[in-house]
Design a protein around this ligand. Structure first.
Ligand SMILES: Nc1ncnc2c1ncn2[C@@H]1O[C@H](COP(=O)(O)OP(=O)(O)O)[C@@H](O)[C@H]1O
Ligand SMILES: [Mg+2]
Length: 232
């Protein structure tokens, strides 16, 4: 497997606030990797670091090029798709328009493939963004990201605040992406999605990696689960 993304001793800052400390992680092509940890440990900051949205010191290597310090729009064009927690769909555009605005890279994912993955988006293709439920908005946000045919997708707590039946639907969709060998970094607080979807895991605590391992290593390490994830 080839390394698609590598962070080497990365430090990230919001102004003077030093949030990530010597963070190193890597993702191989085709992997789903989870980034776990309680609220406030730096998961979102890690995704923003990769995306070039915070001040970074250290190396962020993507597809063999150093993207540390590169502007976010350029990083997006290089093939990293970001689905932020707040989704940011366009409320005054229809579902279909939302899907078509972001297309700047043709490839495997087009409207047909998106509607196959999320049939509800086809049914609602002419509905305005404002009319969508939280779950539909999340599907649309993921779908819009896929439409750019990214090489790597950063997903920030995709199931946060959604009803269990929607969570199941999203879980199925992300599992299908995994089957298609889409490379995903999944930031999550809950273990549920990480357990079913990811092969490898990083846990953050106070902006540092405090655990790294595969699913067997993680789920057999009760001390780590209790200490860093509050699992009892
Ligand atoms: N824009 C910001 N300015 C200053 N501090 C921030 C900002 N955003 C987040 N932080 C701080 O950075 C730390 C990590 O936050 P975040 O990456 O959002 O954590 P998580 O996603 O794991 O909940 C927290 O202490 C948070 O208060
Ligand atoms: Mg977060």
């Amino acid at each position: 497997m080839s390394t698609l993304l590598q962070l080497k001793n990365v430090n990230s800052f919001y102004g003077e606030a030093h949030i990530l400390h010597n963070l190193s992680l890597e993702i191989n092509s085709g992997e789903v990797v989870s980034l776990l940890g309680r609220n406030g440990v730096g998961k979102t900051t890690t995704l923003k670091t990769i995306m070039g949205m915070v001040k970074v010191d250290g190396d962020v290597i993507f597809n063999e090029g150093n993207i540390s310090g590169v502007p976010a729009n350029i990083i997006a064009k290089k093939g990293i798709g970001y689905v932020p927690e707040e989704r940011r769909i366009f409320p005054s555009l229809t579902v279909k328009e939302n899907l078509l605005v972001g297309v700047y890279q043709k490839g495997e994912w087009g409207l047909r493939e998106i509607y196959e993955l999320f049939p509800v988006l086809e049914k609602r293709q002419n509905s305005m963004g404002t009319m969508l439920s939280g779950g539909e908005q999340q599907m649309l946000a993921i779908a819009r990201c896929l439409m750019t045919n990214p090489k790597l997708i950063l997903l920030d707590e995709p199931c946060e605040g959604l009803a269990p039946v929607i969570v199941q639907e999203l879980e199925r969709a992300i599992a299908k992406l995994k089957d298609k060998h889409v490379t995903i970094l999944l930031a999550e607080q809950s273990l549920r999605l990480s357990k079913t979807l990811a092969n490898r895991h990083y846990i953050l605590s106070k902006g540092e990696v405090c655990f790294e391992g595969n699913s067997n290593e993680l789920f057999s390490d009760e001390a780590v689960l209790v200490k860093y994830l509050g699992v009892s």
